[in-house]
Design a protein around this ligand. Structure first.
Ligand SMILES: [Zn+2]
Length: 154
């Protein structure tokens, strides 16, 4: 485990309890905050580091949220915009659990189909559902493919 380097990074702005999302592509931290529903009305203590030099990624962003654990839907959305992100669960100032996000085969309900005629966009009770294919998402209902920047749809 290449923990030494990571531990050093975490020491920069240590948190007692909460979640650290690391290895976010540079510039995408604000989208991660949006996924987490963090706005100017939020009361959580949040630290954001943007464009931190990274040997692995060139530059990366880091988001730390105190007293918060992520729910699976949030982790799925983060995986879409930051496929190499790592999530560190901190308790008592120690990394208790470290996990890599992974793209699921299918995602449900986290974003909408871009086809206005799709059944998932009608009053019919169909929850938006997508299959994850190389580099994109295909709508389960109308087969429309989202390609390019997934982040634009989140
Ligand atoms: Zn569709």
């Amino acid at each position: 485990m290449k923990g030494a380097g990571n531990k050093k990074e975490l020491r920069v702005l240590p948190i007692r309890k909460g979640t650290v999302i690391d290895h976010i592509p540079g510039g995408r931290a604000l989208r991660v905050l949006r996924i987490l529903g963090i706005t100017d009305a939020s009361r959580e203590t949040v630290s954001v580091a943007m464009n931190v030099p990274s040997r692995q990624m060139g530059r990366k962003d880091i988001v730390k949220v105190e007293n918060r654990e992520l729910v699976p839907g949030e982790v799925q959305k983060i995986a879409l915009i930051a496929p190499r992100a790592t999530i560190n669960i901190i308790d008592d100032m120690e990394v208790r659990r470290k996990m890599k996000v992974s793209l699921p085969r299918e995602i449900e309900g986290v974003l909408r189909c871009s086809n206005p005629n799709c059944i998932s966009n009608t009053p019919e009770p169909a929850v938006a559902r997508f299959r994850v294919e190389n580099g994109g998402l295909r709508c389960f209902y109308c087969e429309r493919m989202f390609s390019g920047e997934l982040t634009d749809h989140i």
